[in-house]
Ligand binder design. Structure first.
Ligand code: ADP
Length: 374
């Protein structure tokens, strides 16, 4: 019988869902503005009750839940029970917006679908293979241990999926491949993957560091925070808001959407041109760092909204890396194609790929694999 899996991705104010029959999507949708002023949907429970009332959920094999933070404990898809719920709740200080929303989804789904196995798929799990040197911040080791200060990394489901698909696209077993995956969406992160295992990633304790994002700063000097508090008189919450919601492309150019940034560049706006350059150079530096760590790179894969759609970003981010065997073929890069594709010239040392991410499908696949493992 074909497996039917409901995938739930509960964000801080939204619920995304997708119902799969095998690999086929039979229903999908999004409820937004949960709990916002003027919204009819007051909380996640109400949103999910509504969603579930519209779906045919007979014969469901599993429900797969996206859970953002799995801390150090969760390195695999995990069958949810009371103990897992308590552990996810205990991780809330590390993901104060996300884990409570994820838990709300889990609790309603358990209540409405008793007897259907529920599986948690953690954004952090794929990065539990980071070598210690890559996961360790160089601060007082006892303080780090006591407070869980560690590079956890995020977007793991997407990096795992596109790294595996890269093997298919270049026609080599993923087990032999060194890949750098670039997930460039609203949030953005890079990952170095060797033999299917994450060995470096650009997000950290939280999804704030690393690449420049739509509204997040990515890497900055941590003393900027002290400076803003001590000299500018901001509160910590104001700095948090500044770095997470008013920085990145938005803070530099006034627009968080890369399409708008590029349109403004074309119109000659210097702030947008600087934002584009900062964004692309950060990607390039990260590729260089991961190249050095990996020693050999077989493929570089772009994914998510910007990575899949923006030829100018892909070209600029990898420009000038010919000496490393990295080149982008302009015609292939600019082609209007949308599916999985290679955009480096034939025979290039490093295959540059574009692979649309399929996080929901990956969650469904991993949920079933979890049940099979028993
Ligand atoms: P999320 O991270 O929320 O899942 P996506 O991966 O869908 O988001 O990425 C959304 C972002 O992708 C948009 O904010 C926009 O900047 C970018 N984007 C989408 N289409 C294009 C395009 N054609 N060119 C450049 N950027 C695009």
């Amino acid at each position: 019988m074909t497996a039917r899996v409901l995938v739930l991705n509960c964000g801080s104010s939204s619920v995304k869902y997708r119902l799969f029959s095998g690999e086929r999507t039979v229903a999908s949708g999004l409820v937004e503005k949960i709990g916002e002023a003027g919204s009819e949907v007051t909380d996640h429970a109400a949103a999910l009750r509504h969603v579930m009332s519209t779906l045919d959920l007979g014969q469901l094999t599993a429900v797969g839940h996206r859970v953002v933070h799995g801390g150090k404990r969760f390195s695999e898809p995990t069958l949810i029970d009371d103990d897992v719920i308590a552990a996810v709740r205990a991780l809330t200080p590390l993901a104060p917006l996300h884990n409570p929303a994820n838990l709300a989804g889990i609790e309603v789904a358990r209540e409405l679908l008793p007897g259907v196995p529920q599986v948690a798929i953690f954004d952090t799990a794929f990065h539990r293979t980071l070598p210690d040197f890559a996961a360790t911040y160089a601060i007082d080791a006892a303080v780090a241990e006591e407070f869980g200060i560690h590079r956890y990394g995020f977007h793991g489901t997407s990096h795992a999926y596109v790294a595996r698909r890269t093997g298919e696209v270049v026609g080599r077993p993923a087990a032999d491949l060194n890949v750098i995956t670039l997930h460039l969406g609203n949030g953005a992160s890079a990952c170095a993957v060797t033999g299917g295992r994450s060995v470096a990633t650009s997000m950290g304790l939280s999804p704030l560091p690393g690449l420049v994002m739509g509204t997040r700063s990515g890497d900055i000097d941590p003393s900027i925070v002290f400076h803003l508090v001590r000299v500018a008189g901001m509160t910590l919450d104001e700095v948090d808001d500044l770095l997470n919601k008013r920085s990145g492309l938005l803070g530099l150019s006034g627009a968080n959407d890369m399409r708008e940034v590029i349109a403004r560049c074309e119109a000659g706006d210097p702030a947008a041109m600087l934002a584009f350059e900062v964004y692309c150079q950060r990607i390039k530096s990260t590729v260089g760092a991961y190249y050095a760590q990996l020693g050999r790179v077989d493929a570089i894969t772009f994914t998510a909204g910007v990575g899949e759609n923006s030829a100018p970003v892909r070209a600029a981010a990898l420009a000038g890396l010919g000496r490393l065997g990295i080149t982008v073929d302009p015609a292939a890069n600019d082609a209007a194609e949308r599916g999985e594709r290679i955009i480096s010239p034939p025979g290039a040392e490093v295959a540059v790929c574009v692979i649309p991410t399929e996080e929901e499908l990956e969650i469904a696949t991993q949920s079933l694999a979890c049940l099979d493992r028993g």
